[in-house]
Design a protein around this ligand. Structure first.
Ligand code: PEP
Ligand code: MN
Length: 385
């Protein structure tokens, strides 16, 4: 540290973590600690790059299906102590039970993380929070495996209630049914909403688990940094081809070095010179947002009138082809405006839902009953416009 391209970094230490670590925090290490030789070779390779402050390794591995490598357990803890002694890197492991916490702390591990399969279980998180009560150690909470912001927030709150203050969130993407190029869909809106809820919470990106594949790691890491993340956790293995877990996404130390040196670490806060221009652009955005809200209000007003008109004329048939026509028209416009098809679909679907709500609730917020004798699908008046 720091990488070549970080000369304009915000030099403030992560005061909240009390570790004197600088921004960006780079955590690197193998998915799993497999043997003493593998752990030490990987740690030496990482230390030689000078780009990481923390060495991660999974000691107890929570696997989705039984039968995969589940980690060597407590046996690996002395290997991590050697890493720290030899390289000066801090050490970090995943904990999922109170017994893991006890063993890790006893072995002098510096930092802990809670994995994506543990965060969603309030019983497990509470057990960890209880085990950590009165202990001053940095704890990083990975997002739950499924896209549920409340579970992520809930886990952080449970730890906070146990008196832990050195907390951070790790974004490792979400399991999602749609095919994407990623192993775990990034759904960046979740960490962004988390940050909006807790502005002081530091976010760490885990491009390895989002990507699932070496070739995507650099791009995802850059995206996290561009969104203001405070650091990265990257899986590095001395010999990825032989890795017993997550082999496709682990980087050799030299690949890790090349990728991290190629990243652009932006400043956390704008410098005074930038501020005027930013303010100006933000003002324009605020104006546009207001215009969008006003236009939406006007559009929904028209949708309500159509609803009234249909009810008055006992028009009972919903017209899906009308909605298809609207959607197609918007989709044709999208590429000319630089908007993605996925965005237009999501946006127009939300507009559709709100139109339906407007057409089916009266001024008083009550559901509008259909006039007696109207017939049809039971969704009379739901023509979106
Ligand atoms: C890991 O970090 O190796 C791991 C198991 O991650 P996650 O909990 O994000 O799947
Ligand atoms: Mn892994």
């Amino acid at each position: 540290m720091p990488p070549k391209s970080t000369s304009d970094l915000d030099p403030r230490p992560f005061a909240a973590w009390g570790l004197g670590l600088e921004r960006p925090l780079v955590i690197a290490g193998p998915c799993s600690a497999e043997s003493e030789v593998q752990v030490l070779a990987t740690a030496r390779g990482i230390a030689a790059t000078g780009l990481a402050q923390v060495f991660r390794a999974g000691v107890w591995k929570p696997r989705t299906r039984p039968g995969s490598f589940e980690g060597v357990g407590d046996l690996a803890l002395p290997w991590l102590a050697r890493v720290k002694e030899e390289t000066g890197l801090r050490t970090m492991v995943e904990v999922a039970t109170a017994a893991h916490v006890e063993s890790a702390l006893k072995a002098g591990v510096d930092m802990l993380w809670i994995g994506a399969r543990t965060t969603p279980n309030p019983f497990s998180v509470q057990q960890l929070a209880d085990a950590l009560r009165g202990v001053d150690v940095p704890v990083f909470v990975k997002n739950p495996i499924n896209p549920d912001l409340q579970l992520w927030i809930g886990a952080l709150e449970r730890l906070q209630r146990s008196g832990l203050t050195r907390l951070a969130a790790i974004h490792r993407g979400f399991s999602w049914f749609e095919r994407t190029p990623f192993r775990n869909s990034p759904m960046w809106e979740f960490p962004i909403r988390l940050k909006a809820t807790f502005p002081d919470l530091e976010l760490i990106g885990d491009p390895s688990h989002i990507s699932g594949n070496r070739s995507l790691i650099g791009g995802v890491a850059q995206q996290a940094l561009d969104l203001g993340f405070s650091g990265l956790m990257i899986e590095v293995h001395a010999d990825p081809g032989q890795a017993r877990s997550d082999a496709d996404q682990q980087l050799k130390p030299e690949e890790f070095e090349r990728i991290v040196r190629g990243l652009i670490f932006r400043q956390a806060e704008p410098t005074p010179g930038m501020r005027d221009r930013l303010d100006e652009l933000r003002e324009l955005i605020d104006q546009l947002d207001e215009e969008i809200a006003q236009k939406m209000g006007a559009r929904m007003e028209l949708a309500s009138r159509i609803g009234e008109h249909k009810r008055a004329h006992h028009v009972a048939i919903i017209q899906p082809e009308r909605w298809e026509w609207i959607m197609e028209r918007q989709l044709r416009l999208a590429p000319h405006l630089g908007l993605s098809e996925a965005f237009i679909r999501e946006f127009m679907d939300a507009v559709h839902r709100e139109s339906i709500r407007k057409q089916t609730t009266g001024e008083d917020g009550q559901e509008i009953l259909q006039p007696a004798g109207s017939q049809g699908s039971g969704r009379e008046g739901l023509d979106p416009q």
